[in-house]
Design a protein around this ligand. Structure first.
Ligand code: SF4
Ligand code: SF4
Length: 84
């Protein structure tokens, strides 16, 4: 899919936390995180937490939102596959 230059993928990070607890407790913990304004999903003993944190290299340029270190961006950025 072609990048629309919205910059959304550079404004948050998803942290996957493996948990060892009953499904009900994990779902309760997800609710707790949501009460603190976070987005979280529990699936298959893992809680995925989305943390809003804009990358310092995301800049406005020529009417779009672009990466200021595009040629040297980290591997995780180069390998990212957009679902938008
Ligand atoms: S890769 Fe996707 S989310 Fe990221 S800027 Fe492009 S369209 Fe937006
Ligand atoms: S380094 Fe560039 S591509 Fe990676 S998150 Fe920051 S702005 Fe986005």
């Amino acid at each position: 899919m072609e990048c629309k230059r919205c910059g959304n993928c550079c404004k948050s990070v998803v942290i996957n936390v493996k948990v060892d607890m009953a499904d009900r407790d994990a779902e309760d913990f997800v609710k707790f995180l949501e009460m603190h304004g976070m987005k979280a999903v529990y699936n298959n003993n893992t809680i995925a937490v989305m943390v809003y944190a804009k990358c310092e290299n995301l800049i406005e340029k020529n009417g779009g939102t672009v990466c200021d270190i595009y040629e040297n961006r980290p591997k995780i950025c180069r390998e990212y596959s957009c679902g938008e």
